[in-house]
Ligand binder design. Structure first.
Ligand code: IPM
Ligand code: MN
Length: 356
C-alpha cells in the first residue's frame, strides 16, 4: 500500500519523539513493502514564531491532502506564563481538530506487564485493565462561545454547548466499539448539575435501545474519577464530553505507570490524527530523555485506523513490549538507574521490527 503522511512534530519534545516514531513507521514500511511518502509542517509555538499563526493554512492544506497526520505535541512555557497572549500554541491544536472535524478522540488504556510495579496503584488492581476512553473532541467548553472577559477584566466566562447531533454521533461510535469489545459502555457526565450533561444522558438513553447487546452504565464524572483508580478493570468503553475526557485520561495514564505511555487516535470527518496524550514536556526538550513510547504506539494506531494495517500495528506494539521487557526504556520507567536515551529506544524498536 501507499502511505501519504503529514508529520507535525510541534513543540518541546515533539520533534524528538516523532523522529523515533517515524523510525518505526519506516521500518514497518520496508518490511511490508509499503510505499511511504511524508512531509513535515508547522504547528503550535514554532508555527507562531515563524508565521504568526499556530495552525497555518499551508499546514491545514497538507493535512487535508494526506491519509493520516502524525502529531507530536504542542505548548510552550513562553505562553503558559503569559495569560494575556492573544495567540496561543494550543489554538493550533484546537483549530486543527475543528477544521479536520475530529470529533472523536480514542484513548486506549492498557497496562503493560513489565510496568505493573511502576504504577502508584497496586498491581492486583490494575493487572489486566483494558479500556478505551472515547472523548468528544470538537464541542463543549473548549469551543463554546461566548468565551472571554468583561470589560473591566474582573469577570471571565466559558460556555459549554452540545447539540443532539454532536452527542449522537460520539455515543453511537462508543457502542460500535463496545460491540467489538466486552460490550459495556460507561457514559460519564455531570447530569446532576449541568444542562449539557442532561442532554447527553437523554440522548444516550435513546441510543442505548439500539444496542440491546451492550450493557450501559451511567456515571457522574466525580465518581468516574474515583472509580478509575479504585477499580479500573470495571471499564470497557467510556464515552464522555471534551473536558471530562481530557482530565480523566491524564488520570488514567497513571494506571500504566507513566504519562509517556498512552497513544491516541482522533477521527472524524477529514484526515485522522495520531498523537500521544501527553504534552510537550518543555523541561526535557532537546535533552534526548523523553519517553517516545506513546508516540510510537500512536504509529501503531495510525496503521490500524488509517490504513487498516492490523499486522503492522500489532508488530509495533510487540516491538514496544519487547523494548520494555529488555529494559531498553527512558528514565521515567527505567530500572536500577539504567536509562536509555530517547533516540536509543527509537533505534532499538526500529531494529526489532526490521529483524522480525
Ligand atoms: C490533550 C491536551 C490538549 C487538550 C491541550 C494541549 C490543548 O491536553 O490533547 O489532551 O486539552 O485537549
Ligand atoms: Mn490533555
Amino acid at each position: 500500500m501507499k502511505l501519504n503522511i503529514a508529520v507535525l512534530p510541534g513543540d518541546g519534545i515533539g520533534p524528538e519523539i516523532v523522529e523515533q516514531g517515524m523510525k518505526a513507521v519506516k521500518a514497518v514500511c520496508e518490511k511490508y513493502g509499503h510505499e511511504l511518502s511524508y512531509k513535515h509542517a508547522l504547528v503550535g509555538a514554532v508555527a507562531i514564531d515563524e508565521t504568526g499563526n499556530p495552525y497555518p493554512d499551508e499546514t491545514h492544506e497538507l493535512c487535508m491532502q494526506s491519509d493520516a497526520v502524525y502529531f507530536g505535541a504542542i505548548g510552550s512555557p513562553k505562553y503558559d506564563n503569559n495569560p494575556s497572549a492573544k495567540v496561543r500554541p494550543e489554538q493550533g491544536l484546537l483549530g486543527m481538530r475543528k477544521k479536520l472535524g475530529l470529533f472523536a478522540n480514542i484513548r486506549p488504556v492498557t497496562t503493560f506487564p513489565s510496568l505493573l510495579h511502576k504504577s502508584p496503584l497496586r498491581a492486583e488492581l490494575i493487572e489486566g485493565a483494558d479500556f478505551m476512553c472515547i472523548r468528544e473532541l470538537t464541542g463543549g467548553m473548549y469551543f463554546g462561545r461566548p468565551q472571554g472577559r468583561s470589560e473591566d477584566g474582573n469577570t471571565a466566562y466559558d460556555t459549554c454547548v452540545y447539540t443532539r447531533e454532536e452527542i449522537e454521533r460520539i455515543v453511537r461510535l462508543a457502542y460500535q466499539y463496545a460491540q467489538k469489545r466486552r460490550k459495556k459502555v460507561t457514559v460519564v457526565d455531570k447530569a446532576n448539575v449541568l444542562a449539557t450533561s442532561r442532554l447527553w444522558r437523554q440522548v444516550a438513553q435513546e441510543i442505548e435501545k439500539e444496542y440491546p447487546d451492550v450493557e450501559t452504565e451511567y456515571m457522574f464524572v466525580d465518581n468516574a474519577a474515583m472509580r478509575l483508580v479504585q477499580w479500573p478493570k470495571s471499564f470497557d468503553v467510556m464515552v464522555t464530553e471534551n473536558m471530562f475526557g481530557d482530565i480523566l485520561t491524564d488520570e488514567a495514564s497513571v494506571i500504566t505507570g507513566s504519562l509517556g505511555m498512552l497513544p491516541s487516535a482522533s477521527i472524524g470527518v477529514h484526515t485522522s490524527v495520531f498523537e500521544p496524550i501527553h504534552g510537550s514536556y518543555p523541561q526535557a526538550a532537546g535533552k534526548n530523555i523523553a519517553n517516545p513510547l506513546a508516540t510510537i504506539l500512536s504509529a501503531a494506531l495510525m496503521f490500524e485506523y488509517a490504513f487498516n494495517g492490523m499486522e503492522e500495528g500489532a508488530l509495533i506494539r510487540e516491538a514496544v513490549a519487547a523494548s520494555m521487557d529488555a529494559n531498553v526504556v527512558t528514565e521515567d520507567i527505567a530500572e536500577n538507574g539504567k536509562a536509555y536515551k530517547t533516540s536509543e529506544v527509537g533505534d532499538w524498536i526500529a531494529e526489532y521490527i526490521a529483524k522480525k
